[in-house]
Ligand binder design. Structure first.
Ligand SMILES: Nc1ncnc2c1ncn2[C@@H]1O[C@H](COP(=O)(O)OP(=O)(O)OP(=O)(O)O)[C@@H](O)[C@H]1O
Ligand SMILES: [Mg+2]
Length: 397
């Protein structure tokens, strides 16, 4: 047998089953989500009994278990529904993948065996066909729209149609469950759609350190071999994830990457040092991903904040100071500088990507003044920015 395969067959001394640490795995048990599970089960069981439950909107920051909880309930309800022979169908859709009205209704229609081409029909036809096919029977269709905010730019008609569909049906009933980590997205919706979508609301609060500890301990028991994890490993993963507003996804990623690093260094145990390296790796990957999608102008604005931070002991700068540095940098690079107003749009973009903080502190000569600081370590950011050939020149400033 070739060497290439030899290594792959050798069993891991670290992981019992690494897949159990990935986001696709739905745990058998969801600690600290009892209230949310009960609330979801209560509203959904109405569907099993043949009633039409109200629409539901689920909010919570990233990594608070929204997708995991809904999929868990979905699985349970489907099993129960089969046993009770209920005419209730649950359909899970991730709107990041199905982000237009055409895609959503084509997918929904296909669930009921209606063939819809990937393109070519009008959107109205796809919607009418979906209505026609479900209305053949007395049934309840529950559409779960995960990451529903992704529909707001370009797919908002989907929400409009789903919120009024029941008035156009004779036999079937439709209900929607929207899930989002952006509490502001409904502001962009029509008032009637907004109130229809959020007849009921369910909040997923961030996990605190103790709750994260429970979640990780339970998962580590099944994902790792016995005695692999040193005592301080889980608390350190928790401490890093708690800084990220109690993000369970981050905590589980840390545990998995720590295990991979331990494995890569042929260690039989995971130590605190592996967790620190894992944290740095995850953070670098996240920053690299964010920097990669920036336009050149945006990168110059970010470089301006970086240079100011490097040159000053004070780490916070006014938007005017950043703009001055930006203009000098543009001069240095031989690029035409944009107006102050345009540059403030980049502050907002960079803040959303988690690269800077840009708090509004008042009004100044040019309009709103922001207090700007880097929200990522300088040492990680600089090499990523100078990777852009246009920005090589700043490496020696
Ligand atoms: N209470 C819990 N018990 C066990 N595992 C959990 C719990 N909550 C979350 N997780 C795990 O944490 C990870 C993130 O959860 P999930 O994907 O559900 O977050 P989310 O709220 O949907 O985040 P996003 O807004 O980014 O989509 C998943 O791997 C999930 O299995
Ligand atoms: Mg999710």
């Amino acid at each position: 047998m070739g060497k290439l395969f030899e290594n792959r067959i050798i069993e891991s001394s670290i992981f019992a089953n690494k897949e159990l640490l990935r986001p696709t795995y739905i745990p058998e048990n969801l600690p600290h989500r009892k209230k949310q599970l009960k609330s979801l089960a209560d509203t959904l069981s109405a569907a099993l009994k043949g009633k039409t439950p109200s629409n539901l909107l689920i909010y919570g920051k990233t990594g608070t278990g929204k997708t995991a909880t809904v999929k868990y309930v979905d699985k349970q309800l489907e099993e129960k529904g089969e046993k009770m022979d209920s005419k209730c169908t649950l359909i899970y859709i991730n709107c990041e993948l199905f982000d237009t009205q055409y895609r959503v209704f084509a997918y929904l229609a296909r669930v009921f065996n209606k063939k819809v081409p990937t393109f070519g029909w009008t959107t109205d036809k796809v919607y009418s066909e979906f209505k026609r096919v479900i209305d053949k029977e007395d049934r309840c269709v529950i559409v779960i729209l995960d990451e529903v905010d992704k529909l707001v730019t370009g797919g908002e008609e989907t929400l409009y149609n789903l919120s009024r569909i029941n008035s156009e049906l004779n036999n079937a009933r439709v209900r929607m469950i929207g899930i989002s980590n952006d509490p502001t997205f409904t502001e962009l919706l029509d008032t009637s759609v907004r109130s229809s979508m959020s007849e009921e609301e369910l909040i997923f609060p961030p996990y605190n350190a103790n709750q994260l500890q429970d979640i990780l301990t339970e998962r580590a028991e099944i994902a790792f071999n016995k005695s692999v994890i040193k005592g301080e490993v889980i608390p350190l993963c928790v401490a890093f994830a708690a800084q990220e507003h109690g993000n369970a996804m981050r905590a589980l990623d840390l545990l998995r990457v720590s295990g991979e690093i331990a494995e890569g260094t042929k260690s039989d145990v995971i130590t605190e040092e592996h967790v620190r390296l894992a944290n740095e790796k995850i953070e670098t990957d996240r920053i690299a991903e964010a920097v990669k999608i920036l336009s050149l102008q945006s990168k110059i604005v970010l470089s301006s904040v970086l240079l100011l931070s490097k040159k000053n002991s004070n780490r916070q700068f006014s938007s005017g100071e950043v703009y001055e540095m930006y203009r000098r940098l543009c001069d240095h690079l031989g690029i035409e500088a944009l107006t102050y107003r345009r540059v403030t749009d980049f502050f907002v973009e960079l803040e959303i990507l988690g690269l800077i903080n840009a708090k509004i502190v008042g009004r100044g000569r040019y309009g709103r003044t922001r207090e700007i600081s880097l929200s990522v370590p300088e040492v990680l950011l600089q090499p990523l920015l100078v990777e852009d050939p246009m920005l090589k020149a700043i490496s020696n400033i």
